[in-house]
Design a protein around this ligand. Structure first.
Ligand code: NAD
Length: 356
């Protein structure tokens, strides 16, 4: 069956990094893997063409695709637009439209890049964590919410932290399935000592665990998890948590690696359709200069092969090609160190394609 992939280059460095990811995928296509790429605009690029950051044209292509590969959106020229027309709204729009409830954020630190982290190399070298964050529920979306004047006449703000059983079950299944594909260790992060919502979360995760006897499940309070990620991050394999805790912990974990140009991400829906994109933004400061690091985007393409298309071998092949190129000393500016070979965005693409 042909893999239908929607390609959304977006703004800033988006088109440059997407070009390199497509070159890597073309290697597999030329060897006979059936892939079909359809390009569409998102974000500022879409606003310029269609007057909307997630126009109908793009919606149709994304809905028909099995997976979406995205560069990045945003740029200073769009900062004064009305909020609903800003590029970032395109991202929110596509996430909602495709029902993407599971956010996967790997934090991987290749031993060659251990000096890029602000932590001691021995603490982070070889780090490989996957954070699974629930993306569509929790206090970010719970009702009621707002600002009001309370009974004693004082103004107050309020939000509602809420998770339904089905929401917890489906994200728990995603996390256990991923743990099965990795080191079979899952840590569920909660604040069950204080928050009933997360006490309930824990109860459901324990129930889902019965279906995965091979996975070693542990539980950790979020404050301790924040500390453990800095103290001894290599103790973790897969972590699963709700929207707000995941928002914070996934950013914390990504900075263990110290190199924003290396961080991939995926957001999945119930049919494993996914949006795959680098964790970084559109880097307007280096856009159009062929300086961007394309590795986060290429790693996102590898995640697409693994999680939507179940092709572990192809994903590993891309990851190994990247490891080889790093081991051979090739670095874009963001990860450059004295004595290494400095390359441009397209030259990094050349090296990875050659190493495939
Ligand atoms: P950013 O991630 O774009 O850039 C932060 C810094 O990291 C910059 O110095 C940039 O040059 C560098 N950087 C980022 N990616 C890089 C790469 N691949 N290679 C080398 N260096 C890289 O964050 P920002 O500057 O806060 O935001 C810029 C724009 O991107 C804004 O419009 C913002 O809204 C948008 N944004 C989009 C996304 C997304 O598309 N998912 C995410 C975050 C920010």
């Amino acid at each position: 069956m042909t893999m239908k992939i929607a390609v959304l280059p977006g703004d800033g460095i988006g088109p440059e990094i997407i070009t390199q990811a497509l070159r890597v995928l073309e290697v597999l296509k030329n060897e006979g893997m059936a892939m079909e790429f359809t390009e569409a605009p998102l974000g500022g690029q879409a606003y310029d063409q269609y007057g909307h950051p997630y126009p109908e044209f793009t919606q149709k292509i994304c809905r028909a695709a099995d997976a979406v590969l995205l560069g990045a959106v945003g740029g200073p020229q769009y900062d004064n637009l009305d909020r609903p027309l800003r590029p970032e709204r395109g991202l929110l729009g596509i996430r909602k439209d495709l029902g993407l409830f599971a956010n996967l954020r790997p934090a991987v630190l290749y031993p060659e890049l251990a000096n890029a982290s602000t932590l001691k190399p021995e603490v982070v070298a070889g780090l490989d964590i996957m954070i699974v964050r629930e993306l569509t529920g929790d206090v970010y979306f719970g009702q009621p919410r707002g600002m009001r004047t309370n009974e004693s006449g004082e103004r107050e703000g309020f939000n509602t932290m809420v998770y339904s059983e089905s929401e917890v079950r489906r994200i728990a299944h995603v996390a256990f399935d991923i743990a099965m594909k990795r080191g079979k260790k899952l840590c569920s992060v909660d604040k069950a000592n204080v928050l009933e919502t997360t006490e309930f979360w824990k109860e459901i995760v324990i129930d889902v665990a019965k279906e995965y006897p091979e996975v070693e499940l542990s539980h950790m309070y979020v404050d301790n998890a924040a500390m453990q990620l800095i103290r001894n991050p290599k103790q973790f394999d897969v972590m699963v948590t709700g929207n707000i805790f995941g928002d914070i912990l996934s950013d914390e974990a990504s900075m263990l690696t110290g190199s924003i140009g290396m961080l991939a991400s995926a957001s999945l829906n119930e049919t494993k359709k996914g949006l795959y994109e680098p964790s970084h933004g559109s880097a307007p400061d280096i856009a159009g200069k062929n300086l961007a690091n394309p590795i986060a985007t290429i790693l996102s393409a590898a995640m697409m092969l693994r999680y939507t298309f179940d092709n572990e071998a192809a994903a590993v092949r891309i990851e190994n090609a990247i490891k080889k190129v790093l081991a051979a000393g090739y670095r874009t500016g963001d990860i450059y160190e004295e004595g290494m070979k400095r390359v441009s965005c397209s030259e990094m693409g050349d090296q990875i394609v050659a190493s495939m």
